[in-house]
Write a protein that binds this ligand. Structure first.
Ligand code: GLY
Length: 355
């Protein structure tokens, strides 16, 4: 089942779900007690791969698996998709043409977290982050150390730069500076073809795609992850918000989880995911908490820079199985994908400021 749910419709649907949750507390789902919440898995991705990812994660939950197992399985499907230029294999590279990945994972049950930054050559960085979380007493490994750690754990090294991503990167280089020597000489340049080329790669409009996956398992435990190739054409060594716990991701087993996509620098400065979870702890719904975070960022940053051009999108879930999603700009309301006992659906959130 696939459907689009407006925020208002979801509210009413949410009432139904909450009633369902209360009922389910007295029953067993998938042979196990439901615990405090609905089994649920969500992602910020809204394409077909996002749906397939949720179906895979749902299989794990359906078999009584943990939220951590479910989100990792789901995210790996998105990470290895060569067509996705925002995450894992096929992600857009840094300015030197090298794909450097960031990822984090957090387990609400243990409050443990793991993360990797600037990781090269490994298709599934979030699986490396999970091993950092579960098999070390550290939280965050970066660069060569993270790669060495991944090698030791048996991850296969591969070139992550696909032909598609390489072509996009080369075109970016050619258009960087009209006075440099990149790009064909004037007599070979065809502006019309240039235009067609750009239209072929709509990804160029979006330089900071990322994926969040959040889940609530049948035992009522919450987990979340964020994985990305980061800001495309970034300065080598740049780490975004995605692997920073509290910024690109936060999970609290008593409250819920939140994740961020968009320009990481703003999210790091505002510790936005932590802020969203803290707002939910104060009684705000996931939708209100996502909007609170955006309003907080806009209020502060517009003060110092009236031209502040925000791009963040936040997603959140709480322990009751409510969800939220909000962004700061765009032509269409932001969406997120959900898989619950009622099937697959998309939830439509809000835009705070149309710019
Ligand atoms: N949010 C992804 C990044 O800025 O790297």
């Amino acid at each position: 089942m696939s459907s689009s749910i407006s925020r208002r419709n979801f509210f009413y649907r949410g009432v139904g779900l909450s009633a369902g949750t209360l009922m389910l507390r007295h029953f067993k789902v998938f042979g196990r007690p439901v615990g405090q919440g609905l089994p649920m898995i969500v992602t910020s991705h809204t394409n077909l791969t996002g749906q397939k990812a949720l179906e895979a994660g749902w299989d794990v939950l359906q078999q009584g698996g943990s939220a951590v197992d479910a989100i990792e399985k789901a995210a790996n499907i998105i990470e290895v998709d060569p067509e996705d230029t925002s995450v894992g294999y096929g992600g857009l590279p840094n300015e030197a043409g090298v794909v450097q990945l960031d990822a984090s994972i957090m387990d609400g049950k243990t409050y443990n977290a793991g993360a990797v930054g600037c990781l090269e050559n490994i298709k599934t960085p979030v699986s490396v982050a999970r091993i950092v979380m579960e098999r070390t007493d550290h939280i965050f490994l970066v660069g060569q150390g993270a790669l060495q750690f991944a090698r030791e754990w048996g991850f296969r090294e591969e070139n992550l730069l696909t032909e598609k991503a390489r072509k996009i990167w080369l075109r970016w280089k050619e258009n960087l500076n009209p006075d440099d020597d990149w790009g064909p000489p004037d007599h070979l340049r065809n502006r019309k073809n240039d235009q067609a080329y750009w239209e072929e790669f709509p990804e160029m409009e979006n330089h900071h795609g990322t994926v969040n996956v959040l889940a609530l398992d049948p035992q009522g435990n919450v987990a979340g992850l964020t994985t990305t190739s980061g800001l495309s054409f970034k300065i080598p060594g740049r780490v975004g918000d995605s692997p920073i716990i509290g910024a690109g991701l936060y999970v609290d087993n008593e409250v819920g989880a939140a994740g961020a996509t968009g320009r990481g620098e703003d999210v790091i400065k505002s510790l936005a995911s932590y802020y969203i979870v803290a707002r939910m702890a104060d009684g705000r719904t996931p939708q209100e908490a996502c909007e609170d975070a955006l309003n907080m960022i806009i209020r502060k940053y517009k003060k110092v820079n009236p031209d502040f051009y925000p791009s963040e999108k936040f997603v959140a879930i709480n322990k009751s199985g409510e969800v939220g999603c909000a962004t700061m700009r765009g032509r269409h309301n932001p969406k997120m994908s959900l898989m619950t006992p009622r099937g697959f659906s998309k939830y439509e959130g809000t835009i705070i400021h149309r710019t």
